[in-house]
Design a protein around this ligand. Structure first.
Ligand code: FAD
Ligand code: UQ1
Length: 410
């Protein structure tokens, strides 16, 4: 039996950021997180491309826990919001006054036949940047590539960092070009979505890049099966029922299907799709007023990123404090999210936008162009911002910088 004023469920980007913010004024905070290591997942794309190492991407969870926060190294087994409690895997119950849910997304490998064994087998040519367990294999597959089809997939579910499935493709194309074997490769992006990118400005530019670099884009196709011994991948056509196609590959980068964790789907905190049912502007739970949500597990219809979490963290913190003090919630989340789309080993398009899918760029330059400066921001500056500002509770996204850069006009 435990009880606390604030319970934070999940110690990923959202959970650790909220722990840091709350611990500045509160002592009675518990954070539940099963993992010993905390990974900065945005670095996975660079690790897969051989530009960073896995050991550069994590810290021990323990080292991130602020002084006033108790860490319980376990996971929620069931949510009981009517009793203001959760039970955890070891059978204990934790009672809370207020709860922040930040459990992220789970990777559902089993939804693609043969995927798990293909990832586990060394010579299958199948890789994914989406897990710390497999991300190093991507660079091995890339280095071993000799010729044939290199296929990159995006599944038929919402995913985190919707740009990541194509970043690894641009890095691969650039790598093969520099190695002098680009003409031996046939590069294909097979995506369940109807377009390359949801924001028109960036989508248009990325389409041009693919045309110029001879990358074929095949939309509304969904990977359903892999035969890792014969190296054949099978796709369904989402707009043509019953049509499937099998393609040989030498390299296959898979973005696994994702969903909220089962424990959230099965709870009465989720909407019909399984996401934590929050108001998209206040981030407060739509039924239980003492529960807030942050990050990938929420129903907010924005692209799921650390950048979004940063902007949400201020809203959750301020609104929660106002609720506690019996005041109106004043902060509103505008859906801000950002996706640094790496297009080579030294260039990046820095997409930033809101719920309206309108660009909301921080810098007074056209971020829709491939820029070396934005690559350096992504590779060298953002990790520093993450570990030293965001996880210490001192980064709410670049809004203030944007206002300064645009003299408050934008
Ligand atoms: P997470 O950080 O995933 O944390 C969720 C935590 O909840 C985990 O630690 C998990 O152990 C814990 N948990 C799960 N179930 C339970 C339970 N039952 N009980 C207790 N704890 C539980 N974002 C960007 O902004 N820019 C990028 O360039 C970028 N690139 C990316 C590239 C890749 C390959 C990947 C995988 C992600 C990328 N992201 C990027 C996305 C970003 O990492 C996520 O959006 C972000 O980490 C979400 O934070 P979160 O707190 O919601 O979830
Ligand atoms: C950001 O704030 C952030 O969180 C720390 C990210 O996650 C790694 C990002 O990828 C981006 C692009 C931002 C936005 C920051 C700036 C300075 C534009």
């Amino acid at each position: 039996q435990h009880s606390c004023k604030f319970l934070i469920v999940g110690g990923g980007s959202g959970g650790c950021t909220m722990a840091a913010k709350l611990s500045k004024y509160e002592r009675d905070v518990i954070m539940l997180e099963p993992n010993e290591k905390h990974y900065y997942q945005p670095m996975f794309t660079l690790i897969g491309g051989g530009m960073k190492t896995l050991s550069q991407s994590y810290c021990s969870t323990k080292s991130l826990i602020p002084k006033n926060v108790s860490w319980i190294q376990d996971k929620v087994h069931s949510f009981n919001p009517k009793n203001n409690s959760v039970t955890i895997s070891n059978g204990d119950t934790i009672h809370y006054d207020y709860m922040v849910v930040s459990v992220g997304l789970q990777l559902n490998y089993e939804q693609i036949t043969g995927l798990k064994e293909a990832l586990d087998s060394k010579d299958s040519g199948v890789c994914t940047n989406y897990s710390s367990q497999y991300v190093e294999k991507t660079y091995q597959v890339l280095q071993n590539f000799k010729s044939g089809n290199a296929i990159f997939t995006l599944p038929n579910t919402p995913i985190k960092c919707a740009g990541a499935p194509q970043k690894v493709m641009y890095i691969t194309e650039d790598y093969l070009k520099k190695k002098g074997i680009r003409n031996k490769a046939n590069i294909m992006y097979k995506t369940s979505t109807p377009a390359l990118f949801s924001v028109k400005k960036y989508g248009r530019k990325l389409q041009q890049i693919c045309n110029m670099r001879n990358i074929s884009i095949e939309t509304r196709q969904n990977l359903i099966k892999i035969n890792p011994t014969q190296k054949i991948a099978t796709f369904e056509f989402l707009d043509e029922p019953n049509k499937v196609e099998s393609v040989e590959y030498s390299m296959l980068h898979v973005t696994p299907p994702m969903s909220p964790p089962d424990v959230l789907i099965q709870s009465n905190l989720s909407n019909s799709a399984g996401y934590l049912d929050v108001d998209p502007y206040t981030l407060r739970h739509n039924i239980y007023g003492n529960i807030f949500g942050i990050g990938d597990c929420t129903s907010c219809p924005t692209s799921k990123t650390v950048a979004a979490v940063a902007a949400q963290s201020k809203v959750v913190h301020k609104n929660m404090i106002n609720v506690i003090n019996g005041k109106n919630m004043e902060e509103k989340y505008d859906g801000y999210t950002s996706c640094p789309i790496i297009t080579s080993n030294n260039k990046c398009i820095l997409a930033e936008f809101n719920y309206d899918l309108k660009p909301l760029e921080t810098f007074p330059i056209n971020q829709g162009n491939e820029l070396h400066s934005m690559f350096l921001l992504k590779k060298d500056i953002l990790p520093i911002i993450y570990w030293n500002l965001m996880l210490k509770g001192n980064w709410n996204g670049p809004k203030t910088i944007r206002k300064l850069m645009h003299f408050g006009l934008y």
